[in-house]
Ligand binder design. Structure first.
Ligand code: HEC
Length: 122
C-alpha cells in the first residue's frame, strides 16, 4: 500500500514537471525561431520576450515594431497572463495588421503551457 502511494506520488510529480517542460518544448518548437527569452540574446525576427509577463506592450527597445503594434501600444495595458493567452489564441484579432501572421497557438492547453513558461522567462 505504502509502495503504491509512493509510486503514485512519483508519477504525479513526473506529470507536473512534464507539463512545465512542455511549455519550454512548445516555445522552442513554435516561437523560438522568432523570439528569444534571455534578455541578452542576439536579436531575432521578433521582439525579445524576457520578462514579458508584467511588461508594457511593444516594449523591446531593440525591436522595430509594426505600425499596428505601435498604434496599439498607446492604448494597451501591460501584458498579464490572461492577456497573453488571449493574444496567442488569435494575435491578429487583438492587433489587426501585426507582423506575426498565424503564429498563435490553437489549443488552450498549449497556450497555458507556453504562458506558464513565459512567466519565468527573465
Ligand atoms: C515568424 C516569426 C514569429 C513566430 C513564429 C512567433 N512570433 Fe511572436 N511576434 C513576431 C513579431 C514580428 C512580433 C512583433 C509584431 C509587430 O510588430 O507587428 C511578435 C510579437 C509577439 C508578442 C508581443 C511582444 C511585445 O513586445 O509586446 C508576443 C507576446 C509574442 N509575439 C509571442 C509569441 C509566442 C508565444 C509565439 C509562439 C507561439 C510566437 N510569438 C511566435 C514574430 C513571431
Amino acid at each position: 500500500m505504502r509502495a503504491a502511494f509512493a509510486f503514485l506520488f512519483a508519477a504525479f510529480l513526473g506529470a507536473a514537471s512534464a507539463a512545465a517542460q512542455d511549455g519550454r518544448a512548445l516555445f522552442e518548437a513554435r516561437c523560438a525561431s522568432c523570439h528569444a527569452t534571455e534578455a541578452d540574446a542576439p536579436e531575432r525576427p521578433g521582439p525579445n520576450l524576457a520578462g514579458i509577463v508584467g511588461r508594457a506592450f511593444a516594449a523591446d527597445p531593440r525591436f522595430d515594431y509594426s505600425p499596428a503594434m505601435r498604434r496599439a501600444r498607446a492604448a494597451a495595458p501591460a501584458w498579464d497572463e490572461e492577456r497573453l493567452a488571449r493574444f496567442l489564441e488569435d494575435p491578429e484579432a487583438m492587433v489587426p495588421g501585426l507582423w506575426m501572421g498565424g503564429n498563435g497557438l490553437g489549443q488552450a492547453g498549449e497556450r497555458a503551457a507556453v504562458v506558464a513558461f513565459l512567466r519565468n522567462a527573465r
